[in-house]
Design a protein around this ligand. Structure first.
Ligand code: PLP
Length: 406
C-alpha cells in the first residue's frame, strides 16, 4: 500500500477503541479491589513470602497464598503451587482427584483443549480412561451450549466440565454470564456432582469468576493471567472445600493432603504477581483489541468480535495462508524482549497433533500472559495471539507487524 501512514493508522485504531479501553480500566479497578481485599482479609505480611524446605509443615506462605486466591475468586479454598507444573498438570491433578473408576466426565463445551485430550482418553498412557473413567462430550451449536444434548448426558455424569477459553478452536470464550446459565441449567436438571471449569486465560477478564457464578472448581495456570507476569511457574485450583480436599490428596499423597509442600525460593512473586494480575490482564486485553482492530482494518478476519468486550485474553486471527501466518508469528518474536533474533519455525510439540509454530520471546519461558502468538500450521491458518505485559509493548509489536504485512 502506498502512502500508508502507519502511526496515523494505529492512532485511528486506538480512537475507535477508546470506549472499550475505558471499560477495561473499569474492570481492572474492580478486580484490583477484590485482590487487595483478599490480601487484607488474610492479613498478608512479609513473613508469607519466606521460603521453606523439606516437608514444609506449617508453611504459612503456601497456605495463605491458596486462601488469597480463594478469597479473590469467591471460592472456599484454594491450592496455589509452584509444584503444579502447568495448566495441563493442574487440570490433570484436579480431574484425578475428583473422579473414580466407573465415573463419567461430561464435557459440555465441545472437545477440550488439545493437551487435555490425552489426559482424558489417551490409550495406555495413564489417562483417566486407563483407570476406567468414562468420557462423554457434547458439541457446541454455533459456539453455544447445546442444552437439549446436555440434559441427556447429565444422569451419567459425575463431573461436568466447561472450558471457558477457546483453546485452538475458532469459537469465542464463554462469558461468565453464559457459564452461570449453564451451571444453573445442570443444577435445575438434577445434577449433584461437581461443575468444573478450565479457567485458563479467563481470570480477571470480567468482574466475576465462574466460582462466583455457580461453578464448584476452577483451574488455571500461573504463567497466564493470575501470575500477573511475575509468577515463574505453577498452577492453581480453587473451589468448594470438599473438592479441594480430595484434589489436595491427589496432588501430594492420599494420607497427607495439603499439609506438605515447601518452596525454598519463597512466594513473593506469586503474591506480587496476583496483585499485579488485574492490571496485567487489562494490558493484555488492550493489546488484543488493538491488534484485532488493526488486522481487521487490513482485511484479516479475527475473533472475538471487536464490537463487544472480549471474554478471554486470546485473539484468533485468520490468515488463510500458511506463509502469512508464519510471517505474523515471526514478527511477534522479532518484537520480543528475549530472543528477538530468533526466527520461528513450525515444530512437533508434545501434547499436540499438528505442527505448531510459537512466538514466545518471554522472560518466563512459554508464559502466554506475555506477548506471544502461536497456532497449528493447518488450514485455515489461524494465529492465536495473546498477552502483553504492557500496552506499549503490544503497540510496538503491531508497528513491526504493519511494517511487514502492509
Ligand atoms: C493454556 C491452556 C491450558 C493448559 O495449558 P498449559 O500449556 O499446560 O499450561 C488448558 N486449557 C486451555 C483452554 C488453555 O488455554
Amino acid at each position: 500500500m502506498e502512502n500508508f501512514d502507519k502511526n496515523r493508522y494505529i492512532e485511528e485504531c486506538e480512537a475507535k477503541l477508546a470506549e472499550k479501553f475505558r471499560q477495561i480500566d473499569n474492570i481492572a479497578c474492580f478486580n484490583q479491589a477484590k485482590v487487595c481485599d483478599a490480601f487484607a482479609e488474610n492479613r498478608i505480611a512479609v513473613r508469607h513470602f519466606a521460603g521453606t524446605t523439606g516437608y514444609g509443615y506449617g508453611d504459612e506462605g503456601r497456605d495463605c497464598l491458596g486462601k488469597v486466591f480463594a478469597s479473590a475468586f469467591g471460592a472456599e479454598e484454594g491450592i496455589v503451587s509452584p509444584h503444579i507444573l502447568s495448566g495441563t498438570h493442574a487440570l490433570t491433578v484436579a480431574l484425578f482427584g475428583l473422579l473414580r473408576p466407573g465415573d463419567t466426565l461430561f464435557c459440555i463445551s465441545g472437545m477440550p483443549y488439545d493437551t487435555i485430550r490425552g489426559v482424558i482418553y489417551g490409550y495406555d498412557n495413564g489417562s483417566l480412561k486407563d483407570f476406567g473413567i468414562k468420557f462423554c462430550c457434547c458439541d457446541l451449536v454455533d459456539g453455544k451450549f447445546d442444552y437439549p444434548a446436555i440434559k441427556m448426558g447429565l444422569a451419567e455424569a459425575k463431573v461436568v466440565y466447561i472450558q471457558r477459553s477457546r483453546g485452538y478452536e475458532l469459537r469465542d470464550a464463554f462469558s461468565v454470564d453464559e457459564i452461570e446459565e449453564a451451571c444453573a441449567f445442570v443444577r435445575e436438571n438434577g445434577f449433584k456432582g461437581c461443575i468444573f471449569v478450565d479457567n485458563c486465560y479467563g481470570e480477571f477478564v470480567e468482574k466475576r469468576e465462574p466460582t462466583e457464578a455457580g461453578a464448584d472448581i476452577i483451574v488455571g495456570s500461573l504463567i497466564k493471567n493470575p501470575g500477573g507476569g511475575l509468577a515463574q511457574t505453577g498452577g492453581y485450583i480453587c473451589g468448594k472445600a470438599e473438592y479441594i480436599d480430595l484434589i489436595g490428596k491427589r496432588l501430594t499423597a492420599p494420607s497427607i493432603g495439603l499439609e506438605v509442600g515447601s518452596h525454598a525460593l519463597g512466594y513473593q512473586y506469586y503474591y506480587q504477581g496476583f496483585f499485579m494480575a488485574p492490571h496485567t490482564v487489562a494490558q493484555a486485553l488492550k493489546c488484543s483489541l488493538l491488534i484485532g482492530e488493526a488486522m481487521a482494518g487490513l482485511g484479516y478476519k479475527n475473533y472475538p468480535p471487536l464490537d463487544e468486550l472480549p471474554h478471554d485474553i486470546t485473539r484468533a486471527i485468520e490468515f488463510d495462508d500458511a506463509e502469512k501466518m508464519v510471517h505474523f508469528i515471526r514478527e511477534v518474536q522479532y518484537a520480543s524482549p528475549v530472543d528477538s533474533f530468533v526466527t520461528c519455525e513450525p515444530w512437533d510439540m508434545p501434547g499436540y497433533d499438528d505442527q505448531i509454530i510459537m512466538a514466545a520471546g518471554t522472560f518466563v519461558s512459554g508464559a502466554s500472559i506475555e506477548l506471544s502468538a502461536d497456532g497449528p500450521v493447518v488450514p485455515p491458518y489461524i494465529a492465536y495471539f495473546q498477552g502483553g505485559l504492557t500496552y506499549e509493548h503490544g503497540k510496538y509489536a503491531l508497528s513491526k507487524i504493519l511494517d511487514k504485512i502492509v
